[in-house]
Design a protein around this ligand. Structure first.
Ligand code: HEM
Length: 414
């Protein structure tokens, strides 16, 4: 058992207070134990910005295969749990569909879906933005990109919620997720088979037809990827949009700027990803013994790279708890797989970094920015319902708010 130097109490991390505000504990770890073995979780925690970057880039020694026992069991063979050539090959087939010109072809899908959700409540003068918008938009968009039936939106929503629950340690929930995935794969089976021989313009067809080095994806790979997409692109983006709005509505000065110039939703999204990104951390497994800050991480250990802590590291971001859409130390340019640190500006690490860097970073940003601009067009003077401001982090595994009840002055479509 590794020795720890101080009285950091790992039980803190299981408390309600930590869930609401994990940042004081992360700061203590960064300052006193930058490489910390948490006996309660049985894993090593890496918390400083620079170290988290190094961890994400060190693919040889810190492997993603730790996710074989969770992601592969729930989704089927998953990109997230692969390493090496197999990962590179499959990612090269998939990733180009989500960026640049190819993504532009899907922007109208984001607009249509956001507009349809908004039209359902625009006359009401009130909305729970989470229940009626943020949890719906990302999954509806993916379903349309896959050209699956809109009538089954509730089924997809139910599936990804179950998949998500099954990624944790609870054996019962894992079973529920595995059964839900089997149902989902049975459901998409005829769509995949048809599009293998008779492709359309949708994402499933593109995955069926795509080739790298003359090879195509197997049917099982395509289905596993579609399951991963629903989950990776659904829950995360939902939480990011909810947090963006919660942060803006709780920081009136920043919100006033965005209302005056909705183009500022873009930097506001970047700062949301830094300040309250939905994904707290990513796990890895040590492939050999690793010496780090005077500690030895034994081969085979679980290691967690804390993005929440890295994004709040005051060595990089001044007053890290302050939400500032114009902060001088944050890089507001395009999200980069390699990260960015130049002229005093550093990138957030909310989408990870390196080989497994988020495939959907541009889609998530598009949904958040396009969706938010349309929301602002429909809602005059939006504000949180009196006495109903939710607490960040309450009741959720990912970081965000569970509900966001708003009132507003209805505006007619232009
Ligand atoms: C704000 C929203 C999102 C956040 C915070 C987020 C976060 C992340 C993070 C942190 C990773 C890295 C995992 C690792 O290093 O192990 C990742 C990977 C991934 N994301 Fe996202 N994601 C978001 C939206 C999306 C969307 C919209 C999609 C697609 C529809 C997507 C698809 C993926 C995929 C397929 C991977 C696996 C990449 C690989 O293993 O090579 N994500 N995401």
């Amino acid at each position: 058992m590794p020795t720890t130097m101080t009285e950091f109490d790992p039980a803190v991390m299981g408390t309600h207070e930590f869930r609401l505000n994990p940042y004081p504990a992360w700061k203590q770890l960064r300052d006193e134990h930058p490489v910390y073995f948490n006996p309660a979780a049985g894993m090593w925690m890496i918390t400083r910005y620079e170290d988290v970057l190094r961890g994400f880039r060190d693919h040889d020694r810190l492997s993603s295969t730790i996710m074989e026992s969770s992601h592969n069991v729930v989704f089927g063979r998953s990109l997230t749990a692969m390493d090496g050539d197999e990962h590179t090959w499959k990612r090269n087939i998939i990733a180009p569909e989500f960026v640049g010109k190819k993504l532009e072809g899907f922007v109208h899908i984001v607009e249509q879906n956001a507009q349809a959700l908004i039209d359902a409540f625009r006359g009401d003068g009130e909305v729970d933005l989470v229940d009626q918008f943020t949890t719906r938009l990302p999954v509806n968009v993916i379903v349309d990109m896959l050209a699956l039936p809109k009538a089954d939106h509730e089924f997809f929503h139910d599936c990804y919620t179950k998949f998500m629950l099954g990624l944790g340690p609870d054996a019962y929930l894992r079973g529920v997720a595995v059964a839900a995935n089997a149902d989902f794969h049975r459901y998409i089976d005829p769509f995949v088979r048809k599009r293998m021989t008779d492709p359309g313009e949708d994402l499933i067809s593109k995955l069926c037809q795509a080739e790298v080095d003359g090879q195509r994806l197997a049917e099982s790979d395509i289905k596993a990827f579609v399951s991963l997409l629903l989950t990776a692109g659904g829950e995360t983006t939902d939480k990011a949009i909810a947090s963006l709005w919660w942060l803006l509505l709780n920081n009136p000065g920043e919100f006033a700027q965005v209302q005056a110039d909705p183009e500022l939703f873009d930097p506001a999204f970047t700062e949301t990803m830094r300040c309250e990104g939905p994904v707290p951390a990513e796990p890895r497994i040590a492939m050999c013994a690793i010496e780090w800050h005077g500690q030895t991480i034994p081969a085979g250990s679980a290691v967690t790279l804390s993005m929440h802590s890295a994004n709040h590291d005051e060595r990089v971001f001044k007053d890290p708890e302050t939400f500032d859409i114009d902060r001088p130390d944050l890089y507001f340019g395009r999200d980069l797989r390699g990260g960015h640190m130049e002229e005093g500006r550093a990138s957030h690490v909310g989408f990870g970094l390196g080989k497994h860097f988020c495939v959907g970073y541009q889609l998530a940003r598009t949904e958040a920015v396009v969706g938010s601009k349309l929301l602002l067009e429909a809602m005059g003077n939006p504000r949180i319902k009196e006495g109903q401001n939710p607490r960040m982090g309450e009741g959720l595994a990912m970081r965000s708010v569970k509900r966001l009840p708003l009132v507003f002055d209805p505006r007619q479509p232009k």
